[in-house]
Ligand binder design. Structure first.
Ligand SMILES: *[C@@H]1O[C@H](CO)[C@@H](O)[C@H](O)[C@H]1NC(C)=O
Ligand SMILES: *[C@@H]1O[C@H](CO)[C@@H](O)[C@H](O)[C@H]1NC(C)=O
Length: 370
């Protein structure tokens, strides 16, 4: 591996510099406080290095033990001043990677019995429903896409199903980037088509990919066309057999035309507005959902479950072996998936603070070999 010595030299020089810097920056207060009580009994290091790792990354950990990490720990000057911990989650994700909602989390694919070849109204309002809410700012409801869907129409609540007296606007936002994906304006002259208690207008058909997180937002509700915040009036949510999931989060904002940032999650079923809605359908690109295919799919899922179980057993055995051989793994209480990296890091810091005295911490990951 070319370059490993350079890495080592760089780390060595960083360590030297840290040492020099820290000699200048001794803080009497902190030192004084640390000297009291049990804290002074903790082992002291110049640098605590946390290496973000995953349960299955035995090879990466081995490689680091053979290169810079190992060199530091064998080095006469550094070995007592630096401690290195691989940060690993103590629970594996039991769901095989292919059957997760996305590969970064440990949530099951929510697709149950997908509705195909049919337009579905996401938030349904019965005909004649009346609203009382005159908040003019944006009102939104969050959802997530589990299987690619096409948005075909956007809709807005029409109180009393009697046409609009003033203009209402609907935006579909990407919740992560907060950018508008689609929009539609409804006016008294051009109010769109009434379906149930909402008015709809076709939009440029837009495919939302699996994993997309969005919010459907409507605004400019006034006393002439109020919104509703009474869930009893709503016909309900239609997830198309798992094509999308509803986040049970509603939101409001202050400024029209801007993604509403204030989240409301008071009661599970109470966070639904009669405001924006949309029509969508599954975006099926091939015969992926024929009856036979679905049957095969179910069988594959079972097989993958068994195989994954075997993988996890191997992983666990290997981890136990590593834990017996080395003292460099910090098991933290999280499910070991990418989305939990911030949690892993936080637990590493709190371990560091309660178990060591240190001048610096340094975070890296086990892919850093050069
Ligand atoms: C931090 O740096 C100071 C100054 O170099 C040193 O005296 C002290 O021992 C260091 N503390 C730890 C915990 O390494
Ligand atoms: C919002 O409603 C007001 C009436 O309250 C109306 O004058 C205005 O045109 C509406 N804005 C939009 C963008 O439709």
């Amino acid at each position: 591996m070319p370059g490993r010595w350079q890495v080592f030299v760089v780390l060595l020089s960083i360590a030297w510099q840290l040492n020099l810097i820290s000699e200048f920056l001794t803080n009497e207060d902190v030192t004084g406080r640390l000297e009291k009580g049990h804290v002074s009994a903790l082992p002291s290091y110049d640098v605590v290095i946390g290496v973000l790792s995953a349960r299955g990354n035995h090879e990466q950990r081995e490689a680091l033990r053979e290169t810079w990490a190992g060199n530091i720990l064998k080095h006469p000057f550094l070995q007592n001043r630096v401690i290195i911990k691989f940060i690993v989650g103590d629970q594996p994700c039991p769901i095989p990677p292919q059957d997760r909602l996305d590969r970064y989390s440990c949530e099951p694919d929510a697709l149950v019995d997908p509705v195909l070849d049919q337009d579905i109204i996401a938030y349904r309002v019965p005909n004649g429903a009346v609203g009382f809410h005159t908040y003019q700012g944006p009102l939104g409801m969050d959802f997530r896409v589990n299987f690619p869907v096409v948005i075909t129409q956007l809709g807005v609540f029409d109180s009393n199903s009697d046409g609009l007296q003033s203009g209402l606007t609907v935006h579909l936002y990407d919740k992560i980037s907060q950018e508008e994906i689609l929009g539609a304006s409804f006016t008294p002259e051009d109010p769109g088509e009434l379906i149930g208690g909402s008015r709809f207008k076709p939009v440029d058909q837009f495919v939302l990919p699996k994993g997309f997180e969005g919010s459907i937002v409507a605004e400019n509700f006034t006393s002439s066309d109020p919104s509703s915040n009474d869930p009893m009036m709503h016909g309900g949510l239609d997830n198309g057999g798992g094509l999308i999931s509803f986040h049970r989060v509603s939101r409001f904002g202050v400024e029209q035309g801007v993604f509403p940032e204030h989240e409301e999650r008071v009661y599970e079923e109470n966070n639904q507005y009669g405001a924006g809605t949309f029509l969508y359908r599954a975006h099926v690109t091939d015969g992926e959902f024929s009856k036979q295919k679905l049957e095969e799919r179910r069988k594959d899922v079972e097989e993958r479950k068994d195989m994954w179980h075997a993988v996890l057993l191997r992983e666990e055995k290997e981890l136990q072996r590593e834990l017996r051989m080395y003292d460099d793994i910090l098991m933290v209480n999280v499910i070991d998936v990418y989305r939990n990296l911030p949690k892993k890091l936080l637990k590493f810091y709190s371990w560091t603070v309660t178990n060591t005295r240190f001048n610096f911490t340094l975070k890296t990951d086990d892919g850093l070999l050069c």
